[in-house]
Ligand binder design. Structure first.
Ligand code: FAD
Length: 476
């Protein structure tokens, strides 16, 4: 009697805890063969405005996460099969060769991922096999929501009120103790290096990621933030900080790629509240997780509209200039507005930017430079280590005024923002060392400093640091 064999295709769920696809596969099959494919299309194609779909920081994070997943699965007794190529071809060929019955995986909801899962489904159908889809990206399962996805409220506050009060968040699924090794020989495949994935050394040697990928690191960070340092206590006051290791959770990259389950974060917070007390900070962090769910739900409901210039709303944005010179000064951190440039250079080097930083640079691009917001969204996609299609495009939709909620007409006074969130100019000095001789009261608007003071600080605008591309006097 042949063993009932299943392939477990890991996607954006790179963990063994609370992994529904893994649990379902183990329940149904006698032999489970875990597979991960580095899809070459992602690494070798450009976005519509010509950026790499995935930058070196995120690629490195994925590589580290796969190394960790391989080690975690080995601890359970299973070997992770790794390939580089076209996902649906590789998995269907493997399924054919080993005569599996099913491919288990998490269902994804955005276009690129849907295209791949649909193509795989078709190929498997032609050999009499099927894809079994599972859930696990959100705090709430859509089946538990008090409305069908098509009727999900388009307002975050309505969504939050409807779910938070009435629906319990399910408990994370147990991590299996053990997996059976499989009886068929399959070449295990090596974890590729950045070079194997097509990154030239010169494209990444100047970068330095803040986070190491993998489920082990994700759990470590969660424990550190909630239990070891109780930094969670400061979340309410600190979450809007421009930087500070422990001011916000720094869990986004782990959540995006699925090294960490949002349900686990939620229940750890509830445990913390049970041992301490419910406070504004624990409440606020749950709120952020709900916001993440909301954007995912909006992507499910409105589908490809989140990627259109007219967004979910279906209305043209206020501005859609595609001036490359202006855009490039923004994307390289050379606008001459230190607060904007420091945030962008920070992201270009590390793959991360605080939420406050993202709000400011996006707003500046859209409202001051009047650039097509999709250029910014694609650039973030390329650079962010925590890139998640629903959160990224959802937030950009919102800021561009084409999201599901009413237009965010909040005008950002960049100098006020800079003075509020970087009062001493320390963040700017770190990322723009050419401005380090300026005083805190000068650093956010070097274009307004008089000539004698500029000479004293040995700073020449247009040479040492760019002249501002917009007039900053309107902000002071
Ligand atoms: C223009 C723009 C683009 C963004 N793109 C992304 C993206 O691609 N991926 C991403 O994970 N977040 C994105 N965000 C949301 C947010 O900036 C990051 O999640 C946050 O800065 C990550 O830091 P943290 O983990 O310390 O967050 P915390 O403040 O500690 O929040 C905890 C978690 O809640 C979620 N979260 C928090 N804020 C948001 C939000 N506004 N939208 C959705 N989820 C949120 C994240 O998973 C985060 O890890 C974007 C925001 C803006 C304004």
């Amino acid at each position: 009697m042949k063993a009932k064999r299943a392939i477990l295709w890991f996607r954006q769920d790179l963990r063994v805890h609370d992994n529904e696809a893994l649990s379902e596969a183990l329940k149904s099959a006698e032999e489970v063969i875990p597979v991960y494919v580095f899809d070459e299309r992602l690494y070798h194609t450009k976005s519509s405005f010509g950026f790499d779909r995935i930058g070196s920081n995120r690629a490195r994070f994925i590589i580290e996460s796969i190394e960790d997943l391989r080690a975690k699965l080995a601890d359970l007794g299973a070997e992770l099969i790794i390939r580089v190529g076209i996902t649906e071809d590789i998995i269907s060929e493997l399924a054919h060769k080993i005569k599996s019955r099913w491919v288990f995986c998490n269902r994804e909801r955005t276009q690129d991922e849907i295209t791949i899962q649909d193509a795989l489904e078709q190929k498997l159908w032609s050999i009499g096999q099927e894809v079994r889809f599972s859930r696990g990206k959100m705090l709430y399962y859509t089946a538990d929501l008090p409305f069908p996805v098509t009727h999900a409220p388009d307002s975050f506050s309505v969504f939050r009120k409807e779910v938070e009060r009435y629906i319990p968040v399910r408990k994370p699924l147990a991590t299996p103790d053990k997996m059976e090794s499989f009886s068929v020989f399959i070449e295990k495949g090596d974890v590729p290096s950045l070079e194997d994935l097509g990154f030239d050394k010169s494209s990444y040697e100047h970068t330095s990621s803040l986070f190491k990928g993998g489920e082990s690191e994700a759990i470590k960070r969660l424990n550190y933030f909630i239990w070891e340092t109780t930094s969670i206590e400061n979340f309410h006051a600190g979450k809007d900080e421009i930087w500070g290791d422990d001011m916000s959770s720094k869990l986004s990259a782990y959540l995006s790629i699925g090294c960490l389950s949002p349900k686990l974060v939620y229940h750890e917070l509830r445990n913390y509240e049970a041992k301490n007390k419910v406070n504004k900070s624990t409440h606020d962090l749950v709120n952020q997780l709900l916001l993440r769910d909301f954007f995912r739900l909006m992507a499910k409901k409105h589908q490809n509209k989140i990627f259109f210039l007219s967004g979910i709303k279906g209305e043209p944005p206020l501005h859609a200039d595609t001036d490359r010179d202006k855009f490039n000064s923004w994307a390289t951190g050379n606008t001459g507005i230190p607060f904007i440039d420091a945030n962008i250079r920070f992201m270009n080097q590390t793959g991360f930017m605080s939420n406050r930083g993202r709000l400011n640079v996006a707003n500046f691009l859209i409202r001051e430079l009047k650039i097509n917001w999709k250029m910014g969204a694609e650039y973030f996609e390329s650079q962010l280590v925590d890139y998640d299609p629903c959160s990224n495009w959802g937030n950009w939709n919102y800021l561009a005024g084409v999201g599901s909620e009413t237009k965010d007409d909040k005008y950002y006074n960049i100098i006020s923002q800079a003075k509020k969130y970087d009062p001493e100019g320390l963040f700017v000095k770190k990322w723009l060392p050419e401005l380090s001789d300026l005083e805190a009261c000068e650093i956010h608007h070097p274009d307004q400093i008089d000539a004698s003071r500029m000479a004293e600080a040995s700073l020449v605008l247009g040479k040492d640091y760019p002249k501002a591309i917009v007039d900053t006097t309107k902000w002071t």
